[in-house]
Design a protein around this ligand. Structure first.
Ligand code: KPL
Length: 298
């Protein structure tokens, strides 16, 4: 399959490197990373060990069978604009936050699929990515139900060795993942701790409260997500990724803008619309926005 990975950050590079074992992959990323990949290939180390030679470029190619979008949530409108002129059959969002698929579907002339990923990835150097934990890619139709396009993409991912589930209940799964991210990402980014810190203690209390609020907003949206299920998912992911640095914590350490608007800020906004109170998410979002504003990142 001809696969375009749009957004060769840590996760995009990890998925692109693994997919390039059996597919014709092109990564779109930043100049230094692109140069390194063109020069010496893409080295994946850690829980997955492989070196592949995907193509790499800084601009969007003319077409592909599948575009895998891995950019940060705040860059989704720009990705949709770039992919609007690209001849793509299927477009899969593997991003944090909700609403990315709708933004892509507005501009990209392709079947859009929703995805989520629990692999851990850290970009260590240009041309090098470390897999800090084998997880799973879950993908399917954004509105739920069966999807032949999702089946095809699932088979292509599995063929390359990416652990993949094709799901017919993506709306529920995306809200559950959002609950996990509202709890782990903001708490670990603000406390500068690894994911395991939210399994118990004060970190666990803050994270569980954020996840419970997210579940309340999900229910207001008609999604059957109980507070208990949200907190169980949070505990499961925090335990499975205990040693990992969450993506938001990595962003804060790197002095980069975070995905707060698409995660805790999203829950805060949707909660306001439904009259559901979200004080913990609002506080976490406010602190992260203040940090970003003080550094001129927003
Ligand atoms: O999705 C993640 C992230 O870091 O963005 C989790 C699941 C929290 C893993 O670190």
């Amino acid at each position: 399959m001809k696969i375009l990975v749009f957004g060769a950050g840590s996760l995009g590079s990890l998925l692109g490197g693994i997919l390039a074992r059996v597919h014709e992959v092109t990564l779109v990323g930043r100049p230094r990373h692109v140069e390194a990949i063109e020069g010496g290939g893409l080295r994946v180390s850690g829980a997955v060990e492989t070196t592949t030679r995907p193509r790499a470029r800084t601009d969007t190619p003319e077409g592909a069978d599948l575009a895998v979008v891995c950019v940060k949530a705040f860059d989704t409108p720009a990705a949709a604009g770039a992919l609007a002129d690209c001849d793509v059959e299927v477009c899969l969002s593997v991003q944090n936050g909700l609403g990315n698929e709708a933004t892509l579907a507005d501009r990209v002339g392709a079947s859009v699929l929703a995805g989520s990923c629990t692999y851990g990835a850290v970009l260590t150097d240009p041309g090098r990515v470390e897999c800090t934990g084998i997880g799973r890619v879950t993908l399917g139709a954004p509105g739920g139900g069966e999807s032949p396009a999702a089946d095809r993409v699932g088979e292509a991912f599995e063929a390359a060795g990416v652990v993949t589930t094709v799901a017919s209940d993506m709306p529920e799964r995306l809200w559950e993942k959002l609950a996990v991210n509202t709890g782990i990402n903001a708490t670990t980014a603000l406390a500068r701790l690894e994911n395991g810190a939210v399994r118990d203690g004060d970190g666990g209390g803050v994270a569980a409260a954020a996840a419970r609020e997210t579940a309340a907003v999900a229910r207001a949206e008609g999604i059957a997500l109980s507070a208990a299920t949200a907190v169980e998912a949070l505990d499961r992911v925090a335990s499975a990724t205990a040693e990992n640095t969450s993506s938001m914590h990595q962003d804060v350490l790197g002095g980069r803008r975070t995905e707060v608007d698409g995660i805790n800020g999203y829950v805060e906004r949707r909660g306001d619309e439904h009259g559901v109170e979200t004080p913990v998410n609002a506080t976490l979002a406010g602190l992260l926005r203040a940090w970003e504003a003080a550094r001129g990142l927003r």
